[in-house]
Design a protein around this ligand. Structure first.
Ligand SMILES: CC(C)(COP(=O)(O)OP(=O)(O)OC[C@H]1O[C@@H](n2cnc3c(N)ncnc32)[C@H](O)[C@@H]1OP(=O)(O)O)[C@@H](O)C(=O)NCCC(=O)NCCS
Length: 321
């Protein structure tokens, strides 16, 4: 017996982006005022962050996802009735069940879509957007809404100055739909489960923990070849990459990767300076803000590079909406 397969369009594209940042700005000086033993110059020079946003006490992962998703829908011109799939990338829901996606979909007026969450730490958005593209490409969804939303401020040990200064809250979103030609290159993904315990939420304390130097070495040593392979497999020369949007973990990692990859003509995302590290949300948040500022022309090739907890990574070239 054989089963029927659906067929889809010739290609898929990101049709629109949106983002949300909480209104509450937390500067490095604010952290010092809260009793964190640190200084502004250390954070700026070692990590690259001047300020981050933290959600209000009653502002949730789902609230932020709804805001970003609503803006992405508006930017894409796709109406909620035409969305068949909602994926939320997050690792900071307050409890493991329920997931965020069905609730977000209902709030956005998307009636009964396929809906699920992806937890792949800081690389979650690239995994999720790739799954969305595959669903549209195979005719299983007309349009898909992908949102990454994180609320790390609820998981921080304020006595651990090497982690509490880094993380922020926020959300970014993309609508994926059909196009006449491919707007997603092949994803280059992988993982190193031998280092599974270098980035964790500790089971006992419920605090975020990371072995910063191990992750730093892994990211600066292993991720440039992933990015280069993503460009090669997409058939895009390095000189033609218009924007490089890596996970915003540390400005020194971003600069080191940009140097190693080459990228003579790319604008490099430095959203960490004012958003901090928002885990899965950094890539769509940074890209949405770059597009909003007019830094990335429509149709230009953009190199995405997610990496983090797992350790898991995913690199992919996409065309800007
Ligand atoms: C976390 C990170 C910023 C720490 O920077 P680092 O240079 O490795 O810092 P270290 O932990 O080795 O500490 C170096 C010194 O700075 C100090 N320090 C650490 N945090 C500090 C802070 N917020 N303010 C001032 N000093 C600080 C340490 O106490 C240490 O001092 P000592 O040498 O007197 O003991 C860096 O390792 C990093 O960004 N790693 C990658 C994280 C990442 O990519 N995560 C991805 C998943 S989200």
């Amino acid at each position: 017996m054989t089963l029927s397969l659906t067929t889809g369009p010739a290609g898929t594209r990101i049709l629109g982006l949106g983002h949300y940042r909480p209104t509450n700005v937390v500067t490095n000086h604010d952290l010092i005022a809260r009793g964190v033993d640190t200084d502004d110059a250390w954070i700026k020079s070692r990590v690259g962050i001047a300020e981050r946003r933290w959600a209000d006490p009653d502002e949730t992962v789902v609230d932020m996802a709804e805001q970003a998703g609503s803006k992405a829908l508006a930017a894409s011109g796709v109406s909620p009735e035409d969305v068949d799939l909602v994926i939320v990338a997050t690792c900071t829901m307050p409890t493991p069940v329920p997931g965020a996606a069905p609730n977000v979909a209902t709030r956005l007026g998307i009636d009964s879509p396929g809906a699920y969450d992806v937890n792949s730490g800081c690389s979650g958005f690239v995994y999720a957007v790739n799954a969305a593209s595959a669903a549209v490409l195979t005719g299983q969804a007309r349009h898909a809404l992908v949102i990454a939303s994180e609320r790390f401020s609820g998981w921080l040990d304020m006595a651990d100055r090497s982690t509490c200064i880094i993380l922020g809250d926020g959300a970014g979103a993309a609508v994926v739909g059909p196009s006449d030609s491919p707007g997603f290159g092949p994803v280059v993904w992988g993982s190193d489960g031998a280092q599974y315990d270098t980035v964790t939420i500790d089971e006992q304390s419920r605090f975020f923990r990371q072995e910063g130097q191990a992750v730093y070495r892994w990211a600066t040593g292993e991720m440039a070849p992933v990015a280069l392979e993503a460009c090669e497999r997409a058939g895009v020369a390095i000189e033609d990459i218009a924007a490089f949007v890596p996970h915003q973990a540390n400005l020194r990692i971003i600069d080191a990767l940009a140097r190693r990859i080459g990228l003579p003509n790319a604008v490099v995302a430095r959203d960490i300076e004012t958003s901090g590290n928002t885990s899965a949300a950094t890539i769509p948040l940074a890209l949405s803000r770059m597009v909003e500022r007019g830094e990335v022309p429509s149709g230009a090739p953009v190199l995405l590079l997610g990496f983090g907890a797992g350790l898991a990574f995913a690199g992919q070239v996409v065309l800007a909406p």
